[in-house]
Design a protein around this ligand. Structure first.
Ligand SMILES: [Fe+2]
Length: 197
């Protein structure tokens, strides 16, 4: 039987608590229940390389202020920081429709579980996007439904609808294949994503 690293399991426990108590939409809650049930079975640990991009310095800035966060988010961030040195931060691959001009140097994504993550698995993708201040992330879409959990706030939108401000600790649900995007203002945007693949 595959054993999961204790620090990764601690992070997943903290993420589950925060996500499930903060998901408001029924579709999102249903998706997250399936995701965390699936994750009860570990997948083999991948020997992925790790590394940061320059924009990742904002992580330290955000982490320096977590003592003002609600307890569950503070705990989730603490557990995330423990696994973060093992993660591989990468720029987004593919189409950049709608992105701001400063996008390429001012964002980073990392997969915690899923392709290129700490567990190479196809059933769930769990990861993070970090977007520097005043950056618009491209429009994109993917077949799996997705729930964002916002740690440092920004705006989100679907299709050509109005942008929605999502506060720290709130979730935002994207149904399968919907075109969606996010953008930051004066603060860096940090958001976890959980996709039921
Ligand atoms: Fe997405």
């Amino acid at each position: 039987m595959v054993e999961r690293d204790e620090s990764l399991q601690d992070f997943l426990n903290a993420a589950k608590t925060a996500y499930l108590s903060r998901a408001t939409e029924p579709a999102s809650a249903g998706s997250l229940n399936k995701i965390f049930a699936t994750l009860e079975t570990p997948a083999p640990h991948a020997n992925a390389t790790s590394g940061r991009l320059p924009v990742c310095h904002y992580l330290d800035e955000i982490a320096a202020h977590t003592n003002s966060f609600p307890a569950d988010l503070q705990f989730m961030m603490k557990k995330f920081r423990a696994i973060e040195p093992a993660l591989h931060w990468r720029p987004r691959q593919g189409d950049c429709t709608g992105a701001s001009e400063n996008f390429s140097e001012n964002h980073a994504n990392t997969m915690i579980l899923g392709p290129g993550g700490l567990e190479e698995r196809k059933d769930v993708w769990l990861g993070v996007s970090l977007v520097g201040p005043n950056v618009r992330y491209p429009d994109h879409r993917h077949p799996p439904e997705e729930t964002y959990l916002v740690i440092s706030p920004g705006e989100f939108r679907q299709k050509q609808q109005e942008w929605v401000y999502v506060k720290k600790g709130e979730t935002f649900y994207n149904p399968p294949n919907i075109v969606h995007a996010m953008r930051s203002f004066d603060l860096p945007l940090l958001v976890f994503w959980a996709l039921n693949a």
